[in-house]
Design a protein around this ligand. Structure first.
Ligand code: AMP
Length: 193
């Protein structure tokens, strides 16, 4: 099963993708997680990406496409994968098409989490508070001001990705404002159906 998760930052893509991993045994390819790991390890990619990530902007297509191209070559991706946070631009979506076509692979489904953007800042503030209370590191970009920049980047560069797949009839919309469990149930129903 090869899936893409679309939706603005804070929509719950990461949370839901982790549940699909647990249930279906396919890896979650989160470009955000991969880039954060590169920043923490101070790799050349991490060094390049750090400032733009902390400011809430998008890392260059070239870097992100390269990371994903390498990652889907790994043996655990043979049975499928969930892309979380990629593609985020039309250029990334087109590059993914080329990558998949060269491997004679197809996407199964694009799940789009639909949310009320006016509620997202509250969600992100809560996510930061919960991480702090649990003694976990708080994401530097889970700050209300940076978050607004991330949302702007989504509306400017990423919102066009959904129509790209919708034109091929591949998008299933999920109401992301339900409880986490209800969103999971809606996703499982969509995947079964
Ligand atoms: P995320 O964890 O998906 O919210 O991503 C965190 C940050 O990593 C984003 O705000 C971007 O700076 C960067 N990033 C993650 N995925 C991508 C992508 N596909 N294209 C460009 N930048 C990305």
């Amino acid at each position: 099963m090869r899936l893409i998760f679309l939706g603005p930052p804070g929509a719950g893509k990461g949370t839901q993708a982790a549940r699909i991993v647990a249930k279906h045994g396919i890896p979650q390819l989160s470009t955000g997680d991969m880039l954060r790991a590169a920043v923490a390890a101070q790799t050349p990619i991490g060094v390049k990406a750090k400032a733009v990530m902390y400011a809430g902007g998008l890392v260059s297509d070239e870097i992100v496409i390269g990371i994903v191209a390498d990652r889907i070559e790994e043996p655990d991706c043979k049975k499928g994968f969930i892309l979380d946070g990629f593609p985020r631009t039309l250029a990334q979506a087109e590059a993914l098409d080329v990558m998949l076509a060269s491997k004679h692979l197809e996407l199964d489904t694009v799940l789009e989490l639909k949310v009320d953007q006016s509620k997202l800042v509250d969600r992100i503030v809560k996510r930061a508070e919960e991480a702090k209370a649990a003694g976990q590191p708080v994401r530097k970009d889970d700050d209300p001001e940076v978050f607004k920049t991330r949302l702007e980047a989504y509306n400017r560069d990423t919102a066009v990705v959904s129509p790209y797949y919708a034109a091929r009839g591949q998008v299933i919309e999920i109401d992301g404002m339900q409880s986490v469990d209800d969103v999971t149930a809606a996703i499982e129903k969509a995947l079964a159906g």
